[in-house]
Design a protein. Structure first.
Length: 81
């Protein structure tokens, strides 16, 4: 099966999961994980699921954004903004 066909099936699966009122993040995670496993193999998918979250969480530029939002929430709760 070609990667374009797998992508089309993933798009249809994503729309079906959203029609079933599944949260967007969970639907994207499921479709992406299954698509990655089909294209690269289950072993590569499991290794990626263990490696990628840590590597992106440890990346400083991406860690600043949630901390900035947290600071804004705390400032708003304290009545500063």
């Amino acid at each position: 099966m070609s990667s374009e066909a797998i992508g089309a099936i993933g798009l249809v699966a994503m729309l079906a999961l959203l029609a079933l009122r599944m949260p967007i993040g969970i639907a994207m995670f499921l479709v992406g994980s299954v698509g990655f496993a089909v294209l690269n193999g289950v072993d590569a998918a499991l290794m990626a699921l263990g490696t990628y979250p840590y590597s992106y969480a440890a990346y400083y530029d991406l860690a600043v954004i949630p901390l900035f939002v947290l600071m804004g929430s705390i400032a708003s709760a304290c009545g500063m903004g």
